[in-house]
Write a protein that binds this ligand. Sequence first.
Ligand SMILES: [Fe+2]
Length: 385
Amino acid sequence: MVNFSILSPMQVYIGNGEIARIPEILLQAKPTKGKVLVLTDFGVSATGVPKRISELVSSQGFSVDLIDTVPREPYSGEVDLLASEARNKGFEYIIGIGGGSVLDTAKLLSILLVKQSETVESLLEKGIPGGGLPTIMVPTTAGTGSEATPIAIVALKEKKLKVGIVSAFIVPKSVILDPSCTVGLPQEWTACTGVDALCHLLECYISKRANPYSDLLALEGMRLIFSSLQRAFENGADLDARADMLLAAFYGGRCIASSSTTAVHALSYPLGGMYRIPHGVANAMLLTPVMEFNRDAVVEKLKQAVSRIGMSPILRESDPSVDFVYSIRKLVEYLKIPTSLRDFGISKKDIPSLTDRALQVTRLLSNNPKPMSREDVEAIYERVL
Ligand SMILES: [Fe+2]
């Protein structure tokens, strides 16, 4: 068994209506000024959820500033700009409401608002020097799992790459998994963020860093996704399916915190960094070809997954691992996620530079169950052209 650690938020509240607990969580911190930053983006703002939470918090006597300008897949400089906007305003708490970009930005701001002289780049260089403001995370997608991880992903404009800043100091303090906050998620985002969660669970399950804790959560998370993602996709108001997906995404985050994602995420980062392809879409495109590449190295684990998840055979192959990979391909097809890099203006001539950047993501590639050469990476990108 590999050595592993468990890092987790202090409080996690799960269920419909649980956002009502936010004032109580804030009061536990005994704030002196009662100033709270609510951070989100335009898309989430339009659903009315941040307004609902801001009103809830201000009705208990807190002073709330709402910033709803977090960009999708933000560059480091954009996070620094948000930090300078929010500095020196006496915030004592940050509530992040949104998908991965918002929650990761909230994690970075929690540090940058306290460590006034730091920038995202300096945190990347030197590491995170200490604790910051406490955070409450309210995911409005069921994909990233950022609410459960010690990682903040940010894009570097010059290097055209996305990188992860990892530190126990950015593990969120409190998490609210309230399915009523995800009912406004559009169908295409339900699809691609749901597949992102599946990637987290599956990649962590077959990772070289997989361990008994991450396996336990990965298997249950994948079971929830195979039983509920299509339902949430077909009927966004299905609160039970939404709750299952929130839980699966949270388990995915816990898996990342204890194990690690692998080649799907490594090859996906340049697509986000260079072309700003949404993270879940990039992962969904890569998931099947990467799993077809990895399959023969993890036959036994995939066989166990088929039996634990209770999947019914599709191809009736003698090898259940073939069935498993086929089921993934069918799920991604069902969800109508774009499948071609050409849809994003990428052509064959771009593959060498994508490959250069993917090979730099050694933090994740080194955990892939099977070594991946330059030729292997190029062949996978060519499969999704
Ligand atoms: Fe992801």
